[in-house]
Design a protein around this ligand. Structure first.
Ligand code: X8Z
Ligand code: ZN
Length: 614
């Protein structure tokens, strides 16, 4: 077996979306393709890298356009195109990765070594090199993707799409209706089960061919350290933050019990997953009206502010863009506005799950999001633009470095910006009046809303990839897919399904990133990193008040330093990038703990006398 490379993946998730739909007009092995024989000298490695980068750049744009066309118009022909281009792209990347392995023992300059290692990790799902395997894999992944994105349910006598359901899950409070929506949506994923199991077999075979034990180990090798060390890092971070989740769970369950009573929310049980205001129980912020700290002052409702000010999908996007330009970044190009998809079209199926794109790897930037006028989508559009501004910041790097420092960085940029949406900022942009700024006595409410969004997410993110790592390494076999999913959901999140589940169901597939093979550890890391970025930015800005009230809107010095980190892309190991902006080389839960410390005290007081846990 080959030594594990110490590197991360060569594609942000956006690029992976394009990789998932790889296509090219060039024949693999044609002009400019990387030589795969001869002595494995440092010079040969350098030439290999140059040829591979040129080939990948060429492919990537074609793949990006095919993927875009599929994502914004799902039909028989775009599926056909996606499948074919994805298979060709996988074959090319497997060829490049296995060719790179030839240089495993060659001494070479650090920069070449980094790129050789990156080439070995340039795919999310590798296929074995035998004839037909890549096509079979693409056929399956495309079918899984389309099943998810075209899924609809019958609800209250009409056909409802997932984006509409997501909003309903946040506003409906009738437990029977919530259960119905939840159950119907999860039924959409049941037919994915066999495809998923076959996909795991094929991709694992591909990973082994490339010298990895399995796909999960390959994913974990993307963090500039051995996979086992990264797993320990994740445990360490969760250990730092778990006490906050335990308090939040205890507090929320008690408050839900006051609304729903002992039968629906028994105090000694995991919480019913469909009552948490979100299809996957991953973001509980829509529960705010039910769990608002008592006695403290009420805060404003961002959804209401946006609606009353007659915001539209375009003006929400413009507002988000303005935050970035206030930090000194250039405006988005005109083509962004001409080519992005910001609302769900009525006449065709699209992938509504939000994403950000850089089609030509230079400045053909786009967002695809079925924007609704509410607080969550306001956050999400800031998130997506974070990807776009990062992509443009590193577009001067060599192709293999046009990527996040690690995938958690890519996810954290826009969320860091969104943490700056404070009451004062809302005043600055005329959404809130000065006299509506909540007083200090509302701090617990402001923090609670953030905790419902950020703390609740952590164990969910862990569950998703714990499940996949165990599926890929064989600890979870297909006959236990669903049972193991719910064991993990209960263990980490303390939640349970609203009704009995069995192995005819495939509940993991009801989540976008599982049906679409997007690794999820990135979001866990992002939720930790974004608080590190935020705390560092506020320190740089000389902020002295409570951390959660800080906004660096308009601060060009902070913007400049932030941009210096973004421009590095993946050219250096991620600790270098982190250090450039925050002065520290470790991912650490400390910043998030300090942000929520006042709320922690409040929750501990409130939970006194309660039996927490499940
Ligand atoms: O998938 C996303 C983004 C696109 S990268 C909308 N997120 C995760 C999710 O929706 O599950 C952002 C937060 C977590
Ligand atoms: Zn993202």
């Amino acid at each position: 077996m080959l030594a594990k490379p110490l590197l991360r993946m060569a594609a942000s998730w956006i690029a992976i979306a394009a990789f998932a739909a790889c296509a090219t007009t060039t024949t693999p092995g044609a002009t400019g393709s990387a030589p795969s024989d001869g002595p494995a000298t440092a010079e040969a490695a350098q030439q290999y890298v140059e040829a591979a980068e040129a080939e990948l750049l060429r492919r990537s744009e074609y793949e990006g356009r095919v993927a875009w066309v599929y994502n914004t118009n799902i039909n028989y022909d775009t599926e056909w195109l996606l499948q074919r281009t994805d298979a060709e792209g996988t074959e090319a990347r497997v060829r490049l990765a296995s060719g790179a392995a030839r240089f495993a023992d060659t001494e070479m300059p650090a920069d070449t070594r980094r790129k050789i290692d990156l080439l070995r990790l340039a795919l999310t799902l590798p296929a074995p090199q035998r004839e037909g395997a890549a096509s079979q894999l693409s056929e399956i992944t495309t079918r899984l993707a389309s099943t998810y994105s075209t899924g609809r349910i019958d609800y209250q006598g009409r056909q409802v799409t997932l984006d509409e359901l997501e909003t309903l899950m946040g506003t409906e409070r009738n437990p029977a209706r919530l259960e119905e929506m939840w159950t119907e949506w999860h039924a959409v994923a049941a037919p994915m089960r066999q495809d998923y199991a076959r996909m795991v077999e094929i991709a694992n075979e591909g990973a082994r061919d490339l010298g990895f034990e399995d796909v999960g180990q390959m994913w974990l090798s993307n963090y500039d350290m051995p996979a086992a060390d990264m797993e320990r890092e994740v445990e360490r971070l969760w250990g730092q933050l778990q006490p906050f989740y335990e308090q939040l769970h205890c507090y929320t369950r008690a408050r839900l019990n006051q609304t729903y009573g002992d039968t629906v929310v028994p105090l000694d049980q995991p919480i019913r997953a469909d009552l948490l205001g979100n299809m996957w129980a991953q973001d509980w912020s829509t529960l705010m009206p039910l769990v608002r700290p008592q006695g403290g002052r009420a805060t404003y409702d961002t959804t209401q502010l946006l609606t009353r000010a007659r915001y539209t999908p375009v003006s929400m996007t413009e507002t988000a863009e303005r935050f970035y330009t206030s930090l000194g970044m250039a405006e988005l190009p005109d083509t962004f506005w001409e080519r992005s998809l910001l609302t769900r079209p009525r006449d065709r199926d699209v992938v509504c799950h939000a994403s950000a794109w850089d089609i030509d790897n230079v400045e053909d930037l786009r967002v695809k999001q079925c924007i609704q006028i509410n607080a969550e989508h306001f956050q999400t559009i800031h998130h997506e633009l974070g990807h776009n501004f990062y992509q443009r910041a590193y577009n001067q790097q060599p192709f293999l470095y046009r990527n996040g420092a690690n995938d958690g960085f890519h996810e954290a940029i826009g969320d860091f910006i969104a943490l700056n949406i404070t009451p004062q900022y809302l005043v600055d942009i005329n959404l809130l009046r000065e006299n509506q700024i909540p007083p200090a006595s509302a701090d617990n409410s402001l923090l609670m809303e953030r905790a419902l969004e950020k703390i609740s997410f952590l164990p969910f993110a862990l569950t998703v990839d714990q499940w996949r790592w165990q599926v890929f390494d064989g600890r979870i076999t297909p006959d236990r897919y669903n049972a193991a999913w719910w064991e993990l959901r209960e263990r980490y999140q303390g939640i349970r399904p609203p009704n009995a589940r069995d192995e005819t169901m495939f509940d993991p597939g009801a989540k976008y990133h599982i049906a679409n093979n997007v690794p999820y550890l990135r979001y866990f890391l992002s939720f930790v990193l974004q608080f590190q970025f935020y705390e560092a930015a506020c320190q740089q800005a000389g902020w002295e008040g409570p951390l959660h009230r800080c906004t660096v809107y308009g601060n060009r010095e902070v913007g400049e330093r932030f941009n210096r980190m973004m421009e590095m892309g993946a050219s250096r190991p991620w600790p270098d990038a982190l250090e450039a902006f925050t002065g520290t080389r470790q991912m650490d839960g400390g910043a998030m703990s300090r942000y929520f410390a006042p709320l922690m005290t409040y929750m501990q007081e409130q939970n006194r006398g309660r039996t927490c846990g499940w």
